[in-house]
Design a protein around this ligand. Structure first.
Ligand code: ZN
Ligand code: ZN
Length: 995
């Protein structure tokens, strides 16, 4: 069964391919108003997991919805291609451990490997997305590389590694330079020792902090001029101690001089921390400001690099109001070469800097035995402890567990080091950005606050990376005069090149080829080289509203850069972006905002639909290493794309989604209810007589149930349309599902079964069939954006010959206000309440529903919506099998059932029982409703025989049979036979075909 489901979807994919569905949609909507969707690029680095399918479902459902509404659209997919995530995977493949391995291997070969990896996984992701049913302009997959090894890209998806994308970023950076926003900063930044590159503030997400236990040390710093007196300080990073320049204390805190009876020494620390000294005696207390400029002896004064950097400076205490009392001793070890805050404070006070680390995070020359050792190596830590121990400066060493930042890519512990990096200054942009952010419709609404919060807290944007596979920053720094030039396009580079352009020509603007090109410094005419850095991949993803938007998705020819801004402006600002929000406030959303602000002084998008993360069924994060990750391929083969999409669409985007196969099964069961309604339609109606209604809202019926279901259907169209327009697919899908389960299946069909299954009233049946048909067709249209496969499958069996070829070429249904009858809906609601009360009463009393009862009394004041003469009373009678419904003010509880069973009622009950048993025998015999040439034989006692004879017409009609025949014995050749008991009497019946 499950595999049928999956097989059917594959056939439908083939059908769409054969009819060239996307071309037909574009043709249908080519004059439509544009509705612009921008795809956030998926990292082409691995096959998709189920978590990718959430966003991809939402993206696709909105594009399909808008195309049914007649909007013209671009259906472009994006792949994120450059950056550390690809580099690290290729390094793993090649078994590399550091940047040196890459250099030894050859940067050219390494970069080509990165391109190959992107190529491989973007192809896999394309196939997977097609399988998910994503309607996109995929183009032709072209696997060729040209003679220079450059990938000739013919797919219509955008790739952030493309020339177009990289040159567009050059344009942006040049604009930044012209506006005075680009600068080279000398600053302490977070740095990954393994990856050998700076990690910007944006990339350190809260989830990148890990619980780590470090060996920490309380150490002593001798106060100059006071015998046996020390400052007591503490650090979690012993490797930074040789770089200590000053100590910081809070001017407003109370400090103390504490005598240690064990050693006879005195320690200066926060008064509140005096208990660190066992049996310590407070000798004296004073405010922190009293300590200002107190001198102390440095810890590693013997090291050449320290002497060199300090040049006669003596270590001292400075006042700093940000010193806290939470950790340590309140006397803070400050090393401006190893900490961001320390660096800032030292700079302000013109204090020297000791910069210990090189690019590989090893100690530089001049640090004695430490030189060449990695800062996190155990031998480094042990050396520092031993050295201090020898000098008698260790107070105590202890383990300490805290949250510490790690590299988002390789999970190494980050360090802080002083480097030259390139930045975009944010202060000038902050105000305008906040204005743009407030013009955007953020869903969920808390996203607005989160984005504003980030804007408020963000530092300047660090854009450089000392890596290989990425945007070549077009910054040419003159070594003679320190001036730098920024190149804004390929043409400009060609014009200004004075060396090496021929070696670069024909290659993509990547390392190492781009670095062949030299230009002349615009200030001093010296030969100037490109800085070796590449750009952060967030530049790659942020430029896409400019670099990829074109009508035909063939972005070799970008309107924005070809004086065709009118075409480009048709699609900008984009109407919707839809991405998983964790992390993106500082990343994709943010870079889109910044780049649009700089280039166009405009918001990049009008609405944003954000969604949370996919977790496993127990609510735990999915991880490859934990073994609870579910790959997309596995899931789609098991449950099919539609079920997955339905689950995702129903989810509240503000909270994490729990994905698992038991949730899938539950959804499958609900979807099956809709399929069963359709199966019922196929079996019991004459499809050739039912026609799709060309003009909307022309379906009319005298039948109350029909009127009700049409009213409900039109209310549903209204609600679903409004919800989707408000970017709330959860509300829309839940309403649709409720409709087919509770309204269509559990009430309309339940109460219409007899009408469809018999020919009692042909005119009424015909009306019903027409209504039922419209309902099914409309549901197909409403679910088409979410379950494109199932909708197509049913539509193909329902559609008229001259109707559109695919459901996805149909118009989105419009509701007809005239068909919405709120009063009827309310009445029916109460009818259903009464029915449900009466049925549970029957169950309680043990009286089956086939046993007719005389009357039900209903509390008038409770069911005010129902009129005494209303036609809906017939439905109550049928549903709960009573002859009269009486409204009364004087009923105990809500309803009262008359439970006296007269002979007459008893007989009617028998007839129902007999009919039911014949029906089930018919089913067993494989007879269909159209098989009417059936003879029912029976063998029974006198009393029941009389009942059968008296009710012959009713029994035959209800069971679609020709003849009732009393038999003398219980045997013969029959299609099926059975015995059952009625009030203690045995009844035998058997079916055969009439001859
Ligand atoms: Zn790393
Ligand atoms: Zn110069």
């Amino acid at each position: 069964m499950e595999n049928d489901f999956v097989q059917k979807e594959k056939e439908t994919l083939k059908f769409w391919e054969d009819i060239k569905l996307l071309d037909l949609i574009k043709e249908k909507n080519k004059k439509g108003e544009p509705w612009s969707f921008l795809d956030g690029p998926i990292t082409a680095n691995n096959p998709m997991g189920v978590h990718h399918a959430w966003g991809r479902t939402l993206k696709d459902l909105f594009q399909r919805f808008k195309s049914m509404q007649g909007f013209s659209e671009r259906f472009q997919n994006g792949f994120d291609c450059q950056g550390l995530w690809v580099e690290v995977e290729v390094e793993k493949e090649l078994g590399f451990r550091s940047k040196k391995d890459i250099e030894r291997y050859s940067v050219e070969k390494f970069v080509n490997k990165c391109k190959e990896r992107v190529h491989k996984y973007s192809k896999i992701q394309t196939e997977q997305s097609i399988r998910l049913g994503m309607l996109r302009d995929w183009g032709n997959w072209q696997t060729d590389f040209d003679e220079k090894g450059e990938w000739m890209q013919k797919a219509h998806s955008y790739f952030t590694m493309s020339r177009a994308n990289n040159y567009a970023i050059w344009h942006f950076l040049k604009k930044c330079h012209e506006k005075g926003l680009l600068y080279k900063g000398h600053d302490v930044v977070a740095w990954c020792p393994r990856c050998g590159t700076a990690i910007s503030q944006h990339e350190i997400l809260t989830e990148e902090y890990k619980e780590i236990t470090h060996k920490t040390v309380y150490f002593k710093l001798p106060v100059v001029g006071e015998n046996d007196t020390y400052f007591l300080a503490w650090t979690t990073t012993p490797w930074t101690l040789p770089s200590n320049v000053f100590l910081s204390v809070n001017p407003h805190f109370t400090y103390a001089k504490v005598a240690d009876p064990k050693t006879g020494e005195f320690y200066i620390l926060l008064k509140d921390k005096a208990n660190l000294i066992e049996n310590g005696q407070i000798v004296e207390t004073f405010e922190g400001k009293a300590l200002e400029n107190k001198r102390y002896t440095g810890l590693f004064s013997e090291l050449e690099a320290v002497k060199e950097a300090l040049r006669g400076y003596t270590h001292k205490v400075v006042l700093w109001k940000d010193v806290t009392a939470e950790e340590g001793t309140g006397v803070v070890h400050s090393a401006p070469g190893c900490g961001q805050e320390d660096f800032k404070l030292g700079k302000l006070l013109h204090l020297p800097v000791i910069n210990p680390t090189d690019d590989e995070s090893k100690f530089q020359e001049g640090f004695g035995e430490l030189s060449g050792k990695g800062v996190y190596a155990n031998e480094t830590r042990d050396y520092v402890f031993a050295n201090l121990e020898n000098k008698g400066l260790v107070y105590k060493i202890e383990d300490y567990t805290h949250r510490y930042p790690t590299c988002w890519r390789c999970k190494s512990e980050l360090i802080f080091r002083l480097v030259d990096e390139w930045y975009i200054s944010m202060d000038k942009l902050r105000g305008d950005l906040a204005k743009s952010v407030k013009q955007i419709n953020w869903i969920p609404s808390f996203c607005l606050e989160r984005e504003l919060d980030w804007l408020h807290n963000m530092h300047d944007w660090l854009i450089s990376k000392k890596r290989y596979w990425g945007l070549a920053l077009p910054i040419y720094e003159c070594s003679a005069c320190k001036n730098f030039d920024v190149i804004g396009s390929k043409e400009e580079l060609q014009k200004r090149a004075v060396q090496g352009y021929e070696k670069f020509e024909g290659h993509s603007p990547h390392k190492p080829w781009i670095d062949e090109v030299k230009i002349k410094c615009s200030k001093c005419n010296a030969i100037s080289s490109r800085i070796p850095d590449v750009g952060t991949p967030w530049l790659d993803a942020g430029i896409v509203p400019f670099s990829t938007i074109s009508d035909n998705n063939r972005y070799e020819d970008i309107p924005y850069f070809n004086n065709n801004k009118k075409e480009w402006a048709k699609w900008f600002p984009v109407d919707l972006v839809c991405e998983s929000f964790p992390g993106q406030f500082k990343n994709w959303f943010y870079v889109l905002l910044v780049m649009s602000q700089v280039l166009e002084d405009e918001k990049p998008f009008k609405s944003l639909l954000g969604f949370a993360s996919v977790v496993d069924e127990k609510g735990e994060e999915m991880h490859k290493s934990k073994g609870n990750a579910i790959w997309f391929d596995q899931a789609v083969e098991k449950i099919g794309a539609d079920v997955m999409r339905w689950m995702y669409a129903k989810e509240n985007p503000a909270s994490n989604m729990r994905f698992g196969y038991s949730v899938a099964k539950e959804n499958q069961r609900k979807i099956l209810i809709f399929q069963n309604c359709f199966t019922f339609f196929k079996i019991y109606t004459d499809r050739s007589k039912v026609k799709s209604q060309k003009s909307k809202g022309q379906v009319k019926s005298q039948n109350l149930l029909d009127q009700w279901i049409l009213s409900k259907l039109n209310s549903l169209i209204k609600e679903a349309t409004e919800s989707l327009e408000k970017l709330d697919p959860s509300k829309a899908t839940i309403a649709i599902e409720n409709f087919w389960i509770n309204d269509l299946s559990l009430w309309y069909l339940r109460r219409s079964r007899k009408r469809f299954q018999t020919e009692e009233n042909p005119e009424d049946k015909k009306q019903g069939e027409q209504v039922f048909y419209e309902v099914l067709l409309t549901i197909c249209k409403l679910v088409a954006p979410v379950m494109p496969f199932l909708a197509e499958d049913i539509y193909q069996q329902l559609k008229d010959k001259d109707a559109p070829e695919s459901i996805h070429l149909c118009e989105w249904p419009k509701y007809n206000k005239k068909l919405i009858d709120e009063k009827l809906e309310q009445e029916m609601q109460q009818v259903r309440e009464i029915a449900s009360l009466a049925l549970s009463k029957r169950a309680e009393l043990g009286i089956g529903v086939r046993q007719g009862l005389q009357k039900i009394k209903i509390q008038k004041s409770k069911f005010k919506n129902i009129n005494q003469n209303s036609k809906v009373l017939g439905l109550i009678k049928d549903e709960i099998n009573v002859k009269e419904v009486i409204f009364n003010g004087d009923v105990e509880g809500d309803i009262e059932l008359d439970t006296i069973i007269t002979e007459e009622l008893k007989e009617e009950g028998y007839v129902r029982e007999i009919i039911r048993n014949v029906q089930s025998l018919r089913k067993k015999s494989g007879l269909t409703p159209s098989d009417t040439n059936v003879v029912i034989s029976y063998f029974v006692n006198e009393k029941l025989s009389k009942v059968l004879k008296e009710n012959q017409t009713q029994i035959l009609e209800s069971t679609r049979s020709r003849e009732l025949r009393e038999s003398k014995e219980k045997q013969g050749e029959f299609l099926a036979q059975a015995e059952f008991k009625l009030e203690g009497e045995v009844l035998w019946i058997a079916l055969e075909r009439a001859t």
